[in-house]
Design a protein around this ligand. Structure first.
Ligand code: ADP
Ligand code: MG
Length: 237
């Protein structure tokens, strides 16, 4: 069944950058699956390659060694258009600093990813309204980002990540800029997206309290990934 199909599989993945004639090896022989429906936290010190790894498994970046298999296909064999298409349909992104467009309202920000789809104007609006209701911001739709708190802005960003109904949600330090209460609300939301909507979630964080909310944790250090630490066993359907 679908549980057996990994959302993303990484096979001996390496990533290095060229810098002034020097090769910087960021990731070495990363090999693991992200199961469909999983909620994984990725931890590690600053500069350990967490964002690099997240971008690889979301198909934003390509590895310099090994394979990344999404939807049963090695992304190396996809051209830019096919990869962009896969991303648009299957991946939602959440960033530390929300990355909302300041000149657009909450509703317009959430509608933005739907511009790439075939939905018409009315359908786009309906989907965006639904996503904002889901994150508890039905009463803030016409607000601009600078009229919202950090926690509210991140909820708009979650609605934007959610609106195209992706299978995979990647979050890079989603609570890194928030106070504890707002961070808790964001983690509650991620928990619901995973538990109620079945979204596969990979969350980068260096906050142990945030990581505890995931099903399992992996640590990245010196380019290598630790074994899986299970936080809690999910009830099997
Ligand atoms: P983290 O998210 O864990 O803080 P990153 O994935 O952002 O770490 O970065 C890991 C390492 O890769 C760092 O040493 C960083 O300087 C390097 N790096 C990241 N992106 C690039 C790039 N585009 N060019 C060169 N080096 C990079
Ligand atoms: Mg980072």
């Amino acid at each position: 069944m679908s549980e057996a199909i990994p959302a993303v599989a990484l096979r001996h993945v390496g990533k290095s950058y060229q810098r002034g004639g020097q090769q910087i090896e960021v990731l070495t022989d990363i090999d693991f699956d992200i199961a469909t429906g999983d909620f994984l936290a990725l931890m590690g010190p600053s500069g350990s390659g967490k964002s690099t790894l997240l971008n690889l498994l979301a198909g934003i970046d390509k590895p310099t060694a090994g394979q990344i298999i999404v939807a049963g296909t090695d992304i190396a064999s996809l051209d830019e258009g096919e990869l962009a298409d896969w991303r648009a349909r299957h991946v939602g992104f959440i960033f530390q600093f929300y990355n909302l467009m300041p000149v657009l309202t909450a509703l317009e920000n959430v509608e933005l990813p739907l511009m790439l789809t075939r939905l018409n104007r009315r359908e786009r609006r309906e989907h965006a309204e639904l996503a904002l209701q889901m994150v508890g911001l039905a009463d803030r739709m016409s607000h601009y980002p600078n009229e919202l708190s950090g926690g509210q802005q991140q909820r708009v960003a979650i609605a934007r990540a959610l609106v195209s109904d992706p299978t995979l949600i990647v979050a890079d330090e989603p609570t890194g800029d928030l106070d504890r209460k707002s961070a808790g609300e964001i983690l509650d939301l991620l928990d619901r997206l995973n538990g109620e909507l079945g979204k596969t979630i990979v969350m980068v964080t260096h906050d142990a309290r945030a990581a505890e909310r995931a099903h399992a944790i992996r640590h990245l250090e010196k380019g290598e990934l630790s074994a899986l630490e299970i936080n809690r066993q999910e009830a099997q359907p």
